[in-house]
Write a protein that binds this ligand. Structure first.
Ligand code: GTP
Ligand code: MG
Length: 197
């Protein structure tokens, strides 16, 4: 219960990355409210437009939304509002709207197709939004060291690169805490402003 003098803080976090990397899964794993999804079937009619991967039958066509309370002390509460980007190229025009006002982002990456993370990394670099890269745990992904990941993704040393199974609530929560800590550090150091639509 919120006490009379609870300090209530809220922040928007964006979850991005390539098609089918686990953005919708990541938000659903951790949300304390039923997540809002905008999934549509990948149909034959969209053959050649929609990508298909790992037998994935649906794709996000607008955004995902969820919420998690991170800091839940009696006098201080931090709630994160999670917005998931659509991964498919034809929906990238929505990224500005979905990310508007975000204080930080998680870019999900799959080691089998790291290059799919580049557009999201470029987007947050351009908008000066602090982000962490979370490498997802897909089967057959193979072992890759953090150094190899950093070189392949070309992210600077200060950007956190973590491992995170998007299906695991505790790992997703840890990734979010880490990106919030990183964002606080970056915002203090640079006084950067949120994305404007
Ligand atoms: N093994 C494994 N499967 C995962 C993991 N994360 C996601 N998946 C699976 O990958 C599939 C794609 O996940 P989605 O969450 O729909 O991916 P998305 O990034 O939202 O996809 P788009 O919105 O279409 O770009 C689902 O079947 C998930 O269960 C993971 O860490 N490990
Ligand atoms: Mg999705």
């Amino acid at each position: 219960m919120i006490q009379p003098f609870t300090r209530y803080r809220a922040a928007k976090i964006t979850v991005a990355g390539g098609f089918g990397v686990g953005k919708t899964t990541f938000i659903a794993a951790v949300s304390e409210v039923p997540p809002l999804r905008t999934e549509a079937p990948v149909t034959e009619a969209s053959a050649g437009l929609d990508e298909t991967r790992d037998g994935k039958g649906t794709t996000t066509v607008a955004m995902d939304f969820g919420r998690i309370t991170i800091d839940d002390r009696a006098d201080d509460r931090l709630v994160l509002y999670l917005f998931g980007m659509p991964g498919q190229h034809r929906f990238w025009f929505m990224w500005n709207s979905v990310a508007a006002g975000t204080i930080a982002a998680v870019v999900l990456a799959d080691t089998r197709r790291l290059a799919d993370a580049y557009p999201a990394i470029d987007f947050f670099d351009q908008h000066r939004v602090p982000y962490a890269v979370a490498v997802n745990a897909f089967p057959h992904a193979g072992p890759v060291t953090e150094q190899e990941l950093r070189e392949a993704l070309n992210v600077p040393a200060e950007v956190p690169v973590l491992r995170c199974d998007a299906r695991d609530r505790a790992q997703v929560r840890d990734a979010l805490v880490r990106v919030v800590q990183h964002a606080i550090h970056v915002h203090r150091a640079t006084r950067s402003s949120p994305v404007s639509a």
